[in-house]
Design a protein around this ligand. Structure first.
Ligand code: C2E
Ligand code: MG
Ligand code: MG
Ligand code: MG
Length: 279
């Protein structure tokens, strides 16, 4: 009987695997369509000066408005895009859309700061991201200082020499590079010496309970002191409470983003926030 059960489990398992493989294929197929039919949108979340709440820039965050499923989070489809070459086309589209928006906001005198775009490991390894970035800056007549690229810590720790070279070429272009989700993956900080990085983003998992968890508070203080010693800028992610904001300011972290200030919003709504700040 055990044997029989084992066999049934096995069949169940393969059926489940097939179902998942089919799900992924469907998702990949509809992502192709999404790109072709303009179902993707870039939303923006303000980065602010924590003492005043003044907007100093923004992070561009991808959204997929699926005709049947509604708004889909990038956490659900970026990993699938990363498994195929789709991530390259999607990445180019996000850069194009973001640079077009930066151009509009600069022309309107609304934005001086940078807009940060997320890039995945695969984009840095297998695509011509340096050429793409150079091309976008030229297309929209933007200085390289208008753009920031965020790479996650897990990607930064990868010692792939091709990727390290790509990061140096982006830095040579004048692009500001920062480490996203900092503190979640490190076993060694030596990559910070190897990479031309200018800023760190403290992962939101430390900020979340900062005001009530001594370990999270201690880790955040340690990250702030690492950044200070190495001369790196800091942004705290996921600031939701005023207590968290106050702690960060007291400890010397002056920039942040989070629901306390604004959720990510569509481009029009971000523009309205910039306008409101002008008056
Ligand atoms: P991330 O780059 O670390 O972005 C921060 C995430 O935290 C965003 O989730 C944002 O909406 C969320 N967030 C911001 N403030 C708060 C807060 O106060 N509380 C909470 N609970 N969450 C907050 P989102 O937009 O769902 O993006 C998830 C991840 O998907 C991003 O993490 C990034 O790694 C990836 N991603 C987004 N857009 C792109 C893209 O264009 N290209 C690539 N390669 N990855 C992207
Ligand atoms: Mg990010
Ligand atoms: Mg992050
Ligand atoms: Mg993240």
């Amino acid at each position: 009987r055990a044997k029989e059960r084992g066999k049934n489990n096995f069949q169940f398992y393969t059926a489940d695997m097939n179902a998942r493989a089919i799900e992924r294929l469907k998702m990949e197929y509809s992502l192709h369509r999404a790109l072709a039919q303009n179902e993707l949108e870039v939303w923006y979340q303000p980065k602010v000066e924590l003492s005043s709440g003044r907007i100093i820039g923004a992070e561009a965050l991808l959204r997929w408005r699926h005709p049947d499923m509604g708004l889909i989070s990038p956490a659900q489809f970026i990993p699938i895009a990363e498994e195929s070459s789709l991530i390259t086309s999607i990445g180019e589209w996000v850069l194009d859309s973001s640079c077009a928006a930066i151009r509009r906001w600069r022309d309107a005198g609304l934005l001086q700061g940078r807009i940060a775009v997320n890039v995945s490991g695969r984009q840095l390894k297998y695509s011509s991201i340096v050429d793409t970035v150079a091309c976008m800056l030229e297309r929209y007549a933007l200085p390289s200082s208008a753009l920031e690229l965020e790479i996650t810590e897990s990607v930064a720790m990868d010692e792939d020499s091709g990727m390290v070279e790509v990061l140096h070429r982006l830095q040579a272009l004048g692009i500001y590079l920062s480490i996203d989700d900092f503190g979640t993956g490190y076993s060694s900080l030596s990559y910070l010496k190897r990479l031309p990085v200018r800023g760190l983003k403290i992962d939101q998992s430390f900020i979340m309970d900062l005001h009530q968890d001594r370990d999270d508070a201690a880790i955040t203080q340690a990250i702030i002191s690492i950044a200070r010693s190495l001369g790196l800028d800091l942004v705290a992610e996921g600031v939701e409470l005023d207590e968290q904001r106050r702690f960060l300011v007291e400890q010397g972290c002056h920039c942040g983003q989070g629901y306390l200030f604004s959720k990510p919003v569509p481009a029009d709504a971000f523009e309205a926030l910039l306008r409101a700040q002008q008056v």
